[in-house]
Design a protein around this ligand. Sequence first.
Ligand code: GTP
Ligand code: MG
Ligand code: ZN
Ligand code: ZN
Length: 439
Amino acid sequence: MPLDLMTRLDPLRRVRCPFCFERFAACEMHLRCNDHYCKSDFARMIEDPILSHALNGRRVGGAGNSALRSPWWIDPRTDVRRGIRRHFDWMVLPDSLDCPNCRRPTDLRLCPRCHSHLPDSAITLDPGHIAIFGPQSVGKTTFVTVLLHELDHRVGPDRGFVLDPLTDEIRERYEREYHELTYGGSQFGVGEELNGESFRHSHSATPSLETNRGVLQPLVYRLTSRRDSERGGTALLSFFDTAGEDWEMNIEMLRSEARYLGGARGLLFLIDPLRIRSVAHDRRMQLTEKESRVPPADYLTDIRKLATFFRRSPVKVPLAICLNKLDRWGHLLPEGTKLHEWATGVPESAPGPALDQAIHDEVQSALRHWGAAGFLEHVAVTFPNHRFFACSALGDAAQDREDLPQPLPTPLLVERPVLWLLERQGVVAPVDGPRRRGR
Ligand SMILES: Nc1nc2c(ncn2[C@@H]2O[C@H](COP(=O)(O)OP(=O)(O)OP(=O)(O)O)[C@@H](O)[C@H]2O)c(=O)[nH]1
Ligand SMILES: [Mg+2]
Ligand SMILES: [Zn+2]
Ligand SMILES: [Zn+2]
């Protein structure tokens, strides 16, 4: 579909790529041929150093590493076939250009920095953004999987919005790399028995970006609000899942490559309280073998590390700090607290702003009690726009033995930190207030 005229008449509008998070003017976008034969005929392809750099990083150009090839692409401002017109793209964007190989017009636009395909909505919509990070094994990948499932099936319908993957590739990637493991594959028919067993499996550790730069690729969705449609209630939403290994051991590489952290609009720091010594040593806790083997986490260092991604302090970006795996530690809190109530049975309190406030307070006093006063102080000073949450992605479906088939997730409060971040970004309207917009 060609870009609408209003957008074409605004070539200097700033676009932020929802994939690599770089900013550029709309007239800097490249075009690539989308013809079926051009896409499948290797002989017609040309070198694509921008795509190579995005996918392979600095390794490009090293021994045996030539640039990837892709169908014909061009920066329209350098296409000499257009004569003098090519110098006026800052006044009006070209509608389309003809591919010199197949002679067909193409209007498939690319980010000039990473060569991801930018559908029209990526050019015209505000990009919302959630960067999920934290040390190894705190449950980030499981969280992303369950969160997106919940937003799609329960939270979206409740709050009046729908989520659509931005491209087919993203829909397939979420299905293959996230959903299938946690919710079981679709190898069984609707009427077929699973012998009473479901087929959830735990995720393996997310590979470091040194071995797989795919971790830099976010899952990007289009969020459309029903109730707000007269105000064009659509926004983009990119979810980035960081590998804990990079967070713990490759922080410098993350700082130079993962622009989504330094350029973040919403930060979600997941914490596993079982990695705090006084929680792990509590007599009421029975750690599994795997849990007892992990080293204690140093969340104070994590918050210091996070601050190094930003030029100025205090950092204004909203930061949600979420204590995950509530199913495992919630019972340690005194009876009568909301956290105890949610972790141990059928909660009486409904999710909403009042419960969020109570949990924010309870989490802070629990952390103080567990000896994390320094961490709390650092958060307050460096990230004044923060809020504490608690959740469990798996709920009572979490099992000690991970090699056995697992029951399906029964999540607790997974969406709360994300709704808070989306409200801060003006992507979702607060339950009791008007929607804000703005970049
Ligand atoms: N009890 C409990 N366990 C969980 C929950 N969420 C995840 N886990 C378990 O925690 C372990 C780590 O989960 P992942 O989602 O792979 O963690 P991660 O943070 O992505 O780990 P890295 O990719 O290595 O950084 C797995 O064994 C999960 O089954 C939860 O809500 N409750
Ligand atoms: Mg992971
Ligand atoms: Zn990009
Ligand atoms: Zn072509």
